[in-house]
Write a protein that binds this ligand. Structure first.
Ligand code: PMV
Length: 325
């Protein structure tokens, strides 16, 4: 039996502009995970189970573009395995699906690692990352690659599309509350809409992306050195620019406003937008109050996570995620 797992992620700054070559900051949330387990199948089948999405079927019954079928085929062809041995793949997750927490990329990374190991191969982190990126492209059109990168490396990253990753060293604990609107919004759609805007006035939108890029560079410095109030202001600024890009929504704005009103230093949507999650940077003693205010404003799930601390002692890995719903 082979088991492998991968974390959720949140984008702290720079979503959408990252598709246009600007930097973005993202962190893994190790307390929320997807686990893939591969075991022998005595009945001689390739059997797939994913209880969270109600899936229990033979691989041959899945369409080729189903995310799990695509990732299995991707691994088999990358490893040059044309006749795979029978196996059962079980995928389980504590990451809410379709909410901007990277559940899809986490499933890809966990399955790639577990299946490759079952087939006797050990892939480097970068090989896992590249394979997961191929799957992201199938489902998201023109992804920047930030999701698969932060999840495969499981490290906070300063990410620029097409460049080797830079690990972000978080030098101070930052308390974040993550609020989920409960609205599943396809990232592909919001990315396509931003593309339409950009095509309509490239000069203007390039200047907006530049503004986001500059803000990300400052945010990185603050994450490395401390000063949460300043970071909160940058979050508010980034959210305003995302609103301009039409990727916020009344529900996201309501949660962002509720968090600020309850004392958050700053708040913004996180990920593709239109639905999914927002994040609020909070003084630790106000975390409960912010969570309560988010709940009242309609959040369907709420997690607390502290950046810059971990059980393992690695100072810059987010390992914890407390459910505050
Ligand atoms: O919706 P998410 O959390 O998968 O985030 C996507 C981030 C975007 O910048 C909107 C798209 C991308 O590929 O980088």
């Amino acid at each position: 039996m082979i088991t492998s797992s991968a974390p959720a992620k949140i984008i702290l700054f720079g979503e959408h502009a990252v598709v246009y070559g600007r930097p973005a900051l993202a962190v893994p949330v190790g307390g929320l995970r997807t686990t893939a387990t591969v075991t022998e199948n005595p009945a001689g089948k390739i059997w797939i189970e994913a209880p969270q999405i109600g899936l229990a079927t033979e691989l041959s019954a899945l369409r080729g573009d189903h995310p799990l079928a695509a990732v299995i085929q991707g691994v088999l062809s990358a490893l040059g395995v044309s006749v795979p041995p029978p196996f059962t793949l079980r995928v389980e997750s504590t990451i809410p699906v379709a909410s901007g927490l990277g559940s899809g990329a986490a499933a890809s990374v966990a399955v790639i690692r577990a299946l490759a190991a079952y087939l006797g191969h050990s892939l480097s982190v970068e090989q896992v990352n590249q394979l997961a990126f191929e799957i992201e492209k199938l489902h998201h059109g023109t992804p920047s690659g930030i999701d698969n990168t932060v999840i495969a490396y499981e490290r906070p990253v300063y990410f620029v599309k097409g460049r080797p990753i830079e690990i972000l060293e978080v030098g101070h604990p930052f308390t974040l509350v993550i609020g989920n609107t409960g609205i599943a919004a396809p990232t592909k759609q919001s990315v396509a809409d931003v593309r339409r805007l950009w095509l309509s006035d490239q000069r203007y939108w390039e200047s907006v992306f530049d503004e986001i890029g500059q803000l990300v560079v400052v945010a990185r410095r603050i994450l490395e050195s401390g000063q949460p109030q300043l970071l909160g202001e940058l979050m508010n600024h980034n959210h305003a620019l995302l609103q301009k890009m039409t990727v916020s929504s009344p529900e996201l704005d309501r949660l962002v406003e509720a968090a600020r009103a309850a004392g958050a230093w700053g708040a913004k949507l996180s990920g593709g937008g239109r639905g999914g999650n927002m994040i609020a940077l909070v003084p630790p003693h106000l975390a409960e109050a912010v969570a309560g205010s988010l709940k009242e404003a309609g959040a369907v799930s709420i997690f607390l996570t502290v950046l810059g601390t971990s059980d393992s002692g690695e100072g810059d890995v987010v390992q914890n995620a407390r459910n505050m719903s």
